[in-house]
Design a protein around this ligand. Sequence first.
Ligand SMILES: C[S@@+](CC[C@H](N)C(=O)[O-])C[C@H]1O[C@@H](n2cnc3c(N)ncnc32)[C@H](O)[C@@H]1O
Length: 223
Amino acid sequence: MGLEEWEGSIFGVEGFKDRKNRDTYRMLKGEEGERTCVENGVEYSLRVGDGFSVGLFLDTSLLREYVKGLEGRCLNLFSHGNAIAKAKGGEGVNVDLSEKYFQRVEGWKNIVDDVWDYCKRKGGKESFDVVVCDPPSSSVGKKRRWSTLKDYPELITLLTPLVSSSGLLILCSNTKKQSRNEFLKQCEKGFEMAGRKGVLERVLGTEWGWWTEGVKIFVWRLE
Ligand SMILES: C[S@@+](CC[C@H](N)C(=O)[O-])C[C@H]1O[C@@H](n2cnc3c(N)ncnc32)[C@H](O)[C@@H]1O
């Protein structure tokens, strides 16, 4: 964050290693506790001082703004604090491995599950007009490790059966180790493996500032 943004913020958190070399954090500015904030007219609840994830990721603000205008039932994968659901409204399903950050959003169901297990179970049985997939760069799920750099095409094969005909599949990658072009190639490989055609309808940018560097958001229309 640049100095100007830092001065304007209500809190600051810094990460460091503790004596046992574990990642931990400390507050640099502000107080711990529940807060609300308004972004583009939508109110979000934040949990400040409980780790790094306060419930809202600033680098995906453009995504939240984009989904606000979308119609139809939505599947929000790797939903975290359900900010996408809050921004979009309507009805849908949030899926995340961790229950800790889930917030209640009217019209939306919260499911605690591994995204792979959920998609395998529901693929072909249920479909959504909009599917949002915003995974971390890497993680350890119930049975397997996930790496954006290696596993995205395979994940796409599990996602496409959940997208209705002419539905939208919104794919996000937030690793700096991958260029836009490399992510584009991964997506195309995934559609090819899935045997489903995806047309790139929109690219949501990283034009905001250096803190969005690495964020790539592609909106695909599936046939
Ligand atoms: C980058 S955050 C997602 C941010 C969220 N989309 C938003 O807009 O606020 C990543 C989330 O993925 C979840 N996660 C990681 N691996 C998972 C898995 N295998 N299945 C389900 N959720 C997972 C984590 O618990 C975390 O909440």
